[in-house]
Design a protein around this ligand. Structure first.
Ligand SMILES: C[C@@]1(CC(=O)O)c2cc3[nH]c(cc4nc(cc5[nH]c(cc(n2)[C@H]1CCC(=O)O)[C@@](C)(CC(=O)O)[C@@H]5CCC(=O)O)C(CC(=O)O)=C4CCC(=O)O)c(CCC(=O)O)c3CC(=O)O
Ligand SMILES: NC(=O)C1=CN([C@@H]2O[C@H](COP(=O)(O)OP(=O)(O)OC[C@H]3O[C@@H](n4cnc5c(N)ncnc54)[C@H](O)[C@@H]3O)[C@@H](O)[C@H]2O)C=CC1
Length: 305
């Protein structure tokens, strides 16, 4: 990954937009959806930008860009019609360790803008590292139809309940997994009642520990799609042999990773007794079957229970 996606908290962010044409206006329209403070520097403005200046939602410096205009800004969006000037501004910004986005010039950019599916607080950002904007746009359009409009409302509901649930039940993650599996991705009026019902259920049962085996050299892309939820539920990964990089990307990022030589089989038994979900990564399954007869297999072509 040459470009790493991150979500900026824009509440205290200051952004300078250089240029006041239609292209700058499109960039300002994007930034205006955030909470950043926007300042435009440009001798002239198109009407939609003049309007934003008039109603006080953006600041305006009516002059050609000078290096000192970058003072105090977190980042810069450059959109004049002078490619050489755009590069110069990008150079100033980079020298000051400010981020910079230059329209039509990916090489001069330190950040690029993704296509966005906005179901705030759920936000999907799609990028192609500058390679294929139309493909990105098409993918965005498909996701728009796939993600229910009430997804954001559902996320807000969950966000509002999480702290209470953390105190109220022993296994919050098991509860949320079951809730999302049963409720689906839409908010509906029965969602709160479903949560209450499931809360009472998970409290009266403790999840039993499970241990899965996956071959260290497995072709990760060939694992059955049904294995993915299991990998996303893992508490720990126990390494006998080194996993392929693709495999490490599939398991839950918060799962802790141990080497069998360091933690030992006894420790693994203790984790299982606590109801944890474990993944054993080893070249072969048979020597470990003796330790854990309940060992389940994640392998291409094999659908997990
Ligand atoms: C680097 C980046 C600039 C940045 O970060 O600002 C960039 C660069 C360039 N775009 C070009 C062209 C087009 N871009 C689009 C569309 C989008 N382009 C977007 C982002 C980005 N475009 C950034 C990389 C993002 C990434 O890949 O991850 C999207 C996702 C978001 C957004 O624009 O905010 C938005 C879809 C949003 C949506 O639908 O949701 C279309 C299609 C259309 O408009 O319908 C075309 C015409 C077809 C074509 O030319 O492919 C050209 C050639 C210009 C020329 O010379 O003519 C360059 C320059 C070059 O590639 O050198
Ligand atoms: N208009 C479009 O749909 C597209 C435009 N582009 C490119 O994007 C760039 C910008 O496009 P437009 O906004 O349409 O151009 P534009 O010519 O309408 O606007 C350029 C803006 O830059 C400002 N400017 C010029 N010199 C400046 C300086 N020294 N300091 C600060 N501001 C300055 C001008 O006042 C003007 O507001 C151009 O390079 C164009 O080739 C690319 C794809 C599509």
């Amino acid at each position: 990954m040459r470009y790493l996606p991150l979500f900026h908290d824009t509440r205290h962010l200051k952004v300078l937009v250089v240029g006041g044409g239609e292209v700058a206006a499109r960039k300002v329209a994007l930034w205006a959806r955030s909470q950043a403070t926007i300042t435009i520097v440009s001798p002239a403005l198109v009407p939609s930008l003049s309007e934003r200046v008039a109603n006080g939602t953006v600041n305006h410096i009516p002059s050609p860009i000078l290096e000192q205009h970058l003072d105090g800004q977190d980042g810069v969006v450059v959109a004049t019609d002078d490619a050489e000037l755009n590069r110069q501004v990008a150079h100033w910004a980079r020298a000051r360790r400010q981020w910079v986005n230059v329209v039509d010039d990916p090489e001069a950019c330190s950040v690029i803008t993704p296509a966005i599916v906005d179901r705030s607080p759920i936000v999907v950002a799609i990028g192609s590292e500058g390679a294929a904007p139309v493909l990105v746009r098409t993918l965005r359009a498909q996701l728009e139809t796939l993600l229910p409009t009430s997804l954001g409302q559902l996320a807000e509901f969950i966000g509002g309940q999480r702290q209470r649930v953390q105190q109220a039940v022993a296994q919050p993650r098991a509860l949320w997994e079951r809730f999302v599996a049963r409720n689906g991705l839409s908010w509906n009026e029965t969602s709160p009642a479903l949560l209450t019902e499931l809360e009472q259920q998970v409290d009266s049962e403790t999840e039993s520990g499970r241990i899965w085996w996956v071959a260290a050299g497995v072709e990760a892309g060939l694992l059955p799609i049904d294995a993915l939820p299991q990998l996303q539920r893992l508490d720990r990964v126990v390494l006998v042999d080194e996993p392929s990089e693709r495999l490490t990307e599939l398991w839950r990022r918060d799962a802790s990773v141990h080497r069998i030589g360091e933690c030992g089989a006894e420790q693994v038994n203790a984790w299982l007794a606590q109801g944890e979900q474990l993944l054993l990564v080893a070249a072969s399954q048979s020597p470990w079957q003796a330790h854990w007869p309940q060992l389940q297999v994640l392998a291409p072509g094999q659908v997990p229970d």
